[in-house]
Design a protein around this ligand. Structure first.
Ligand SMILES: Nc1ncnc2c1ncn2[C@@H]1O[C@H](COP(=O)(O)OP(=O)(O)OP(=O)(O)O)[C@@H](O)[C@H]1O
Length: 571
């Protein structure tokens, strides 16, 4: 069967995706039940000298957990931000928006089991807590375990019972990192009195929420805040959040999503390469390579650096995908590319070369191209790659569904995973999953979060094997959709056994409950109704394709998406 036909015959239907902003319930009151009792001082009246108490952040966090609507959550965040002294804004933003990588403190769940008695009065300031976490993260070598335990005891001992609870949830990952980012940006806008788009755009260009929150809220009035935000522009050397794609069930549906093809609007149909996203920046001989999550991997990928240095330009920012290809130019299995990208081992790096393929150009020799139409950006890319066309991505520009489909078939035959259909006139919307890029893959996959794992038996004795899979719900929690022990290689089993021991929260001797942080890409044959699992749905023949370290749990697929798949399957 033609794989593209298979897509159409499978469980997705065109047109059923999209809709308005998720989760906004007009019946919700402006302020939710968890509203803080402390009065709002207003932007001008923020207490400039005092520091923010951890108790305030902890109270907001627990109120957020109990509040269901986005509107009420945003109101709580605005409340908190307005009362936060400017110097503390970055820390508060980091704790609530998810740029705190808890794992780096070295504190495990086990160390939280024996808390010292709580303090009676709140006295901890967020800056003290942040400093304590930073000190713990900096500990290494002999004696560091004891020093870390002493730091933790001092920190937790100075915390009241609700603060201990918050710190515990922060360390254990229950205060979900990243989940609030979009909401926090809107709250920053409201607290600073500026349009939300200006905050979002600044955060995308800065590649981070923290500095943007600080700039907006340190300003004395809305017009100063607007000016401070406008100062965030594309900077060669500083990664921007990458533009993301929606999905469509087939090429024709993708085409009509991005372009008015009846009217002859053109679409760019790109090969979708299955590797790792790379954003490369170059200023003369300085080259930096960033991943989808904006980690700097320059030192691990000298072969990419070299190829970028050879391009005929002084300053550039390119977006692309890097993969290992075999002698015939076909991509190797994704796991091998991922293993190569993760490895800093010089021997591996020398034998398995990562080849970059560029599909967008955001800056070229002094000109920012983000706001230019895609066709102009691609013309710049083509000029740049004129002597190295192999560094580009196979594409056609068309309004004709047949031509697009033909290209998609050729791309698949060349060993790639699908196509990305893009509006020819669209700008680069950093950080957004807009309608301008639509991906089509013949194989169905979901990115789910591992909630628990069962001990293996027989051949898998001593290993952690059967994983419990969860989709995100609208309220920051997860809905279990089933379990699988299929598709795991021996290496994967060994890796996951170690990984899930790290994330362990409880072990009843059979099932190990883990912190919901690890994303796994699952292939499946369909979604069916089931009374067995809490969402009323289960995946048929779920199997593991790969673990994804480039996505956080906050970016995993939602139960709404799974419900859509079930509805499509039922017609
Ligand atoms: N030609 C291309 N244009 C844009 N993105 C591409 C292209 N080829 C490969 N990609 C990859 O596809 C991804 C776009 O899909 P999406 O935004 O949904 O991210 P994703 O969730 O990582 O996707 P997936 O899991 O399907 O790879 C990009 O992040 C990029 O890594």
């Amino acid at each position: 069967m033609d794989p593209w036909e298979e897509v159409r015959a499978s469980d997705e239907r065109p047109g059923a995706r999209g809709g308005g902003p998720a989760g906004r319930d007009p019946r919700d009151p402006e302020r939710g039940p968890g509203r803080l009792s402390t009065p709002v001082a207003g932007v001008g009246g923020r207490v400039q000298d005092a520091r923010m108490l951890l108790a305030d952040v902890a109270a907001t966090s627990s109120a957020l957990g109990a509040t269901r609507s986005r509107l009420a959550k945003r109101a709580l965040l605005v409340d908190l931000l307005r009362r936060t002294p400017p110097a503390d804004v970055p820390i508060v933003a980091r704790y609530l928006a998810g740029e705190l990588r808890q794992r780096r403190t070295g504190l495990g769940w086990r160390s939280l089991r024996t808390m010292p008695p709580p303090a009676d009065e709140p006295s901890l300031q967020v800056a003290d807590v942040d400093a304590a976490f930073a000190r713990m993260a900096g500990l290494a070598g002999p004696g560091s375990g004891t020093a870390r335990a002493a730091e933790a005891a001092a920190l937790f001992g100075a915390a009241t019972a609700p603060e201990q609870d918050f710190l515990g949830r922060l360390v254990s990952g229950e205060v979900r990192q990243g989940a609030l980012d979009a909401l926090l940006l809107d709250a920053v806008a409201e607290a600073a009195g500026v349009p939300p788009e200006s905050v979002r755009r600044a955060a995308m260009l800065a590649g981070a929420t923290e500095p943007v929150a600080q700039a907006a809220l340190a300003a004395t009035d809305p017009s100063a805040a607007r000016e401070a935000l406008a100062a965030f522009t594309l900077e060669v050397g500083r990664p921007v959040r990458p533009m993301l794609a929606q999905s469509a069930p087939d090429v024709a549906a993708a085409l009509t999503t991005v372009a008015d093809v009846e009217d002859g609007d053109l679409a760019v149909v790109d090969a979708k390469l299955d590797g790792i996203r790379v954003q490369v920046h170059r200023a003369d001989d300085e080259v930096a390579v960033f991943t989808r999550s904006l980690d700097d991997i320059t030192a691990r990928v000298p072969e990419i650096v070299e190829q970028v240095r050879a391009l005929p330009a002084h300053r550039l920012v390119l977006d692309g995908e890097a993969l290992v290809v075999d002698g015939t130019g076909r991509p190797v299995p994704f796991q091998d590319t991922a293993a190569r990208a993760a490895s800093g081992d010089a021997e591996v790096a020398a034998t398995q070369l990562l080849q970059p393929f560029f599909f967008d150009c955001l800056h070229l020799d002094g000109e920012d191209l983000l706001d230019r139409p895609l066709t102009e950006r691609l013309a710049a890319l083509d000029r740049l790659l004129v002597d190295r066309p192999g560094l580009g991505v196979a594409r056609v520009v068309t309004a004709d569904p047949e031509t697009a489909l033909e290209h998609a078939r050729a791309v698949l035959a060349a060993g790639h995973e699908g196509v990305v259909v893009k509006a020819a006139g669209s700008s680069y919307e950093a950080g957004r999953r807009g309608a301008a890029w639509v991906k089509v893959k013949p194989r169905h996959t979901l990115d789910l979060v591992v909630l628990a794992v069962e001990r293996g038996s027989g051949r898998r004795q001593g290993l952690l094997s059967n994983i419990h899979l969860g989709a995100r719900d609208e309220h920051g929690g997860f809905v279990m959709l089933g379990k699988t022990f299929k598709g795991m290689t021996d290496e994967m089993l060994a890796w996951q056994t170690e990984r899930f021991r790290e994330l362990e929260m409880a072990d009843d001797g059979w099932v190990v409950t883990v912190r919901p942080e690890q994303v796994v890409e699952i292939a499946f044959d369909g979604v069916q109704r089931s009374t067995r699992y809490p969402g009323g749905l289960a995946l048929r023949f779920a199997r593991v394709l790969r673990y994804r370290d480039d996505k956080s749990a906050a970016e995993a697929d939602t139960i709404t998406r799974v419900r859509e798949l079930a509805a499509w399957a039922e017609g």
